[in-house]
Design a binder for this molecule. Structure first.
Ligand code: GDP
Ligand code: ZN
Length: 290
């Protein structure tokens, strides 16, 4: 039987088969091979009685390590230009992570009832990254957001106070109930290890979340070679091959097509500044570390 791991706790895997949840253990072979099933994994299981056994893990689209979850289809980056104001650098850092992990992105600019965030919209319009204006307060953009997450496993991320929980609630009021129940059962503040669960919204869309937080805290520490960072900026794509030097880092090199595109206003200043900041961090192997 096939299914997807919705939750993992103390050596048990809760597998959604489409017909219900089967509590499974994993074959010892996995440990020997040094792999462990992850929340989000699509798995092959055998069921005997009320319990099951995870026999095989299907190839993964991606793996996030903190929190540990596999197969995220889409990172929804929630931002706001009202209080709090999101620094575009934060957004660019997340879009680079998404590109690195092979996830789609959706930049969700919330609190549109308070501020239209014209500047942020212009940045991402120019960068060619998908964005959406929403208001959890008035409902603007919620129908479109619902459509954009439909049938996918998404993770919502963004700085605190931008409205992630409010948006998830606007999408489906059962969401906070699900999250609330779990955090109550665990006891507030008692769970120091953040585990992830998949929550299903009414639309057949899944959200990866850490119980009690209503937001996916992407605090992954992963190292990335500075040479590959450029490929995580899709708006640089069409210029990268035209630089004078094939190993151009697009910083101060002569004949750099990327910096020329910035000077000509074809690549946004703010995106380019984020690139140089992230490049600096990659060079020091501090990328993504907080
Ligand atoms: P989170 O930390 O990202 O989960 O943010 P919350 O969902 O807890 O929202 C933080 C505050 O912003 C709360 O007081 C919300 O009521 C408010 N808020 C969230 N979304 C909106 C919105 O679209 N418009 C307005 N005016 N306030 C919002
Ligand atoms: Zn260059």
């Amino acid at each position: 039987m096939r299914g997807r791991i919705k939750k993992a706790l103390s050596g048990f895997y809760y597998v959604d088969t489409g017909e219900g949840i089967v509590t499974c253990r994993a074959r010892g072979r996995f440990r020997k091979e040094g792999v462990s099933p992850l929340v989000g994994d699509r798995v092959e299981i055998t069921v005997s009685g009320t319990e099951g056994m995870v026999d095989a893990i299907e190839p993964r689209r991606n793996v996030f390590s903190r929190p540990a979850v596999a197969n995220i289809d889409q990172l929804v980056i929630v931002a706001s230009n009202a209080i709090p104001q999101t620094d575009p650098y934060l957004i660019d850092r997340m879009t680079a992570i998404a590109a690195l992990k092979g996830c789609e992105v959706l930049i969700c600019i919330n609190k549109s009832d308070l501020d239209h965030a014209d500047e942020l919209c212009a940045i991402y319009e120019k960068a060619g990254l998908p964005f959406l204006l929403t208001s959890a307060e008035t409902g603007e953009g919620i129908a479109e957001l619902r459509e954009r997450i439909s049938g996918k496993l998404s993770a919502f991320t963004g700085n605190s106070g931008v409205g992630k929980s409010s948006l998830l609630n606007a999408l489906d009021p059962r969401f906070s109930v699900q999250v609330g129940e779990v955090s109550q059962a665990l006891g507030r503040g008692r769970h120091t290890t953040r585990h992830v669960e998949l929550y299903e919204l009414e639309s057949g869309s899944y959200i990866a979340d850490t119980p009690g937080f209503a937001s996916f805290e992407v605090e992954m520490m992963c190292t990335i070679a500075k040479e590959r960072l450029q490929f995580d900026f899709p708006d640089f794509d069409k210029y990268i091959g035209s630089c004078r030097f094939s190993d151009c880092a697009h910083l101060k090199e002569p004949g750099c097509a990327v910096t020329q595109a910035v000077a000509a206003g074809e690549i946004g200043q703010s995106r380019y500044r984020s690139y140089t900041r992230l490049y600096e961090m990659c060079a020091q192997h501090k990328f993504w570390e907080k």
